[in-house]
Design a protein around this ligand. Sequence first.
Ligand SMILES: Nc1ncnc2c1ncn2[C@@H]1O[C@H](COP(=O)(O)OP(=O)(O)OP(=O)(O)O)[C@@H](O)[C@H]1O
Length: 411
Amino acid sequence: MENIHFAINNSALLPKSKLLNNILNGKHSLEPLKNKKGFLFSYSVLEKLMDNEAKHHTKTLTNKENRNIRSLSSGEQKKALLNYVMLQNPDFLILDSPFDSLDATSVIALKKRLVQLSSKINIIQIFNREEEVLPIITHVLEIENDKIIKEILIENYNFKIENFVFNGEIPKSSTAYKTIESPLISFKNVNVIYDENQILNNINWTIHQNEFWQLIGPNGSGKSTILSMIYGNNVKAYRQDVYLFGKKKGTGESVWDIKRKIGYFSPNILELFHRKQTVKQMVISGFYDSVGLYKVPSTLQNATAENWIKLLNLEIDKDIAIQNISIPKQRLVLIARAMIKNPPLLILDEPLINLDEKGTAIVVALINKIAKESNTTVLFVSHRIVKDIQPDFTYELTPTKNGSLGNVKKD
Ligand SMILES: Nc1ncnc2c1ncn2[C@@H]1O[C@H](COP(=O)(O)OP(=O)(O)OP(=O)(O)O)[C@@H](O)[C@H]1O
């Protein structure tokens, strides 16, 4: 039979969808997949295998290499997962957002490999953006209430984007910092070497108050390493010329003092956190730098949270558990949480991963609005170029065999 391959728009799946499991367990109406063995290729499967490797000191994914799977770049990890999955001899694969967190070169390599495999097996691809859809896809599955209701020929499927309107201006916080030491961040001739591999080569970068920066670079170029030197406790930052809020890192201010001045967003924040919290509690928790609310907020804090909720048109969702709202809405809530105290610096670490076109457009619009209407310095980090983001400057990392070089571009 001519191979039939399906795609599902991620935004059509419920937050706790069982559909993919049902398909894997044969509970579906898809004729070409009847009585066939499927396998899931997803970030959660990768996480589980990596956890098992760490717990049992095994090498399921990387038996030919000595390096720990966690220290590989996202592209290398996905390649290792695909090899592992294909060893199970599946008849079909469900690819859950396979290109998320991959840079352009890794996307091309993975796409090519998947297209090759599609001549032997059927594919179901969960996609976020039209540009990701594999050229071999023949049908888009329409989903309602976690069930497949229709198979639409790809040429008849409508990929449309709607506009989103914010309801007001970025709310001001009563706790906003009055004096902010300048420059906010300064790296002078910073070098990072891991296991004899040079990762960063002579990084020089200064960020001043009120600037909007984009940090961009392919997988493995050192973006997370730079962030961990600013926000985290990366020991590589000590004994080097890294200055945060006017002070040399490691000379006085604790990591907590530094974190208090930074609003931090990463899509993984929710994964670290299991208790149910409502949208509103999550927004307010940003005042306490906690993920979730454990204190009674003041009237003023409550009012500021209400202003954010109104701005984001989330009034009807405010008492719902954050796990039960859509992924784009979760991103808006977590960005509001990071921004609620109007911190001097807002770090947005890959806020667009796993979003469809509409979700990307909304989150990009919020980021541009924060940069324009607040005094907060925004540092937006991404492995891919995002066309509508409007930074003042871009810091680009370009890998070389002697570590990544940094280059400032005025946008
Ligand atoms: N603790 C570590 N030990 C050894 N190597 C490491 C360690 N942490 C990072 N690396 C290596 O440093 C390089 C840069 O990694 P980093 O995670 O900073 O890149 P990135 O640009 O954030 O990548 P991605 O877009 O894939 O998240 C990679 O080659 C990675 O394998």
